[in-house]
Design a protein around this ligand. Sequence first.
Ligand SMILES: Cc1cc2nc3c(=O)[nH]c(=O)nc-3n(C[C@H](O)[C@H](O)[C@H](O)COP(=O)(O)O)c2cc1C
Length: 436
Amino acid sequence: MDFRQYVGKLEREGNLLRIRKVVSGDLEAAAVLKTAEPNPVLFENIKETKGFRVVGNVFCAKESIAKYFGITTADLIPKITKAIDQRNQPEEIKNAPCQEVDMGTVDLNKLPILRHTKQDGGKYISSAVVVTRDPEYGQNLDFHRAMQISNNKMSTRIVEGRDFHKFLERNGEVEAAYCVGNTANVLVAAAISVQTGIDEMYIANALEKTRVTKAKSVNLLIPADCEVVLEGRVFMKERAAEGPFIDITDTFDVIRQEPVFEVRKITHRRDPIWQALLPGALEHKLLMGMPKEPTIFKKVTEAGVRCLDVNVNPGGCSWLHAIVKIDKKNEDDGKKAVLAAFEGHKSCKHVFVVDKDINIYDPLQVEWSMATRFQADRGLVNKGKEPGSSLDPSAEPGTKITNKVGFDLTAPIVTKGKSFSRAEFPKADLKKYVEE
Ligand SMILES: Cc1cc2nc3c(=O)[nH]c(=O)nc-3n(C[C@H](O)[C@H](O)[C@H](O)COP(=O)(O)O)c2cc1C
C-alpha cells in the first residue's frame, strides 16, 4: 500500500480529519496537527503554496503502525526482528510514481514546508527518509531534519556516529535523496539502526513489498511510491546554522553549524501529498523509540530471561525510558533484564522491569508495580555515570554523560509476607441491570 492509498483508507474508515479551509503553513497547520493529535489530518489548501495537499499525524500510535501491517501491537517486535534478519532486495522499477512530475528549476518555496513553532529556526522538513550511498558500504536510509535557508539550500542535522555522518567523513560530500510521503515499512526501516553496510531498504522490503527506482540526478535507489523527492548533495565542510528545533524531549535543541544540503532536483507524483511530521510530538517519538524495542527484547532474551514485551514509552520521551515485561523464573531475572535492556538501547537512562501480569502500556499499572513490589535496597540497579543520550537536558552539559538507573519492579518468587497478586472483582454485564 502506498502513502495515498493509506490516507484514502484512513478516510474511508472515518479516521481522517479533512480540512478544506485555507490554512497557513506558517505555524497554523502545526497548531491544528498538535490539537488534533493523534488523529490524522489532511489539509487541502495551504495558503503559501499551490498544488500540494498536506497530511500529518499518520502514525502517532503503535496501534496505527500495527494496523497498517494488519497485525496486533504484540506482533510488532517479532515482525521487525524477522524483517531485520530476513531482509531482502526490493524490486527495481522504471517510470516510478514519485517521478511523474519534474519541478524544473529548484524553488523550495513551492513546497509546503511547515514552520512548526515560533521559536524554530525556520521552515523544516521533518518527515523525509534520507537515502545516501558510500562507495564501500553501499546504500543507507535514515532521517535528517532539514531547515530551509534559501531557494535551493537547507541546513540538515546529521548527528555524529550516524551512517550518513560516517559517509560524509569518508567522502567530504555525499549524494542524497530526501524522500517525503512514505508508509510504515519505509519509515520504520529508516528509523532502525543496524550495522553500517546494511541497506535499510531491504528491511523495508521485508516488512512489506517496497518498490525502488533510480533517482534522476543522483546514483541512488529511492522508494518508487513515495510522494516527493528532493535530490542533491550534502557537504561536510559547507555549513550553516541549524535550529532551534523541538526534539523528542519536548525541549528545544540548540543552534549548531550543520552540513548544507544543496537541492538540485525535485520530482513528485501528480497531485502530490506532502507528509508533515510534528517534531517532538507522538509520531516523532514513536518512530524514534519503537525500533529500539526489538533490540532490547533480543538482549534480554540473550541474557537468559524470558522477555514478553518492551515499551519505549512516550512518557519517557520514547527514548530515555524502557519498560520491559518478563516471565520471571529466577530471583535475579529482573536485574539481569535491567542490565540487558541498557545493552539493547545505549541512550536509555531508566529501565523498569515488570512481571507478566502488568500492562506495560498503562502507566498506572507500571507505577503500581513500583509502589507494591519494589524495594530500593534490593531492586535498584545504579549503573552510575556513563554516556547516554545527547537529547537529555539533564545530562552533563555539553556531553551525554548521564546516571543510568534500573528498577526491578518484579515481585519475589518466594512470598514471605502479603501476597503480590492484584485483587480481582467479579465481573458484571451492566446492560442486564439497566431498565430498557
Ligand atoms: C522522525 C525522526 C527524525 C530524526 N531526525 C534525525 C536528525 O535530524 N538527525 C539525525 O542525525 N538523526 C535523526 N533521527 C535518528 C536517525 O534517523 C535514526 O537513529 C537512524 O536509525 C540512524 O540510522 P543509521 O544507523 O543508519 O545511521 C531521526 C529519527 C526519526 C525517527
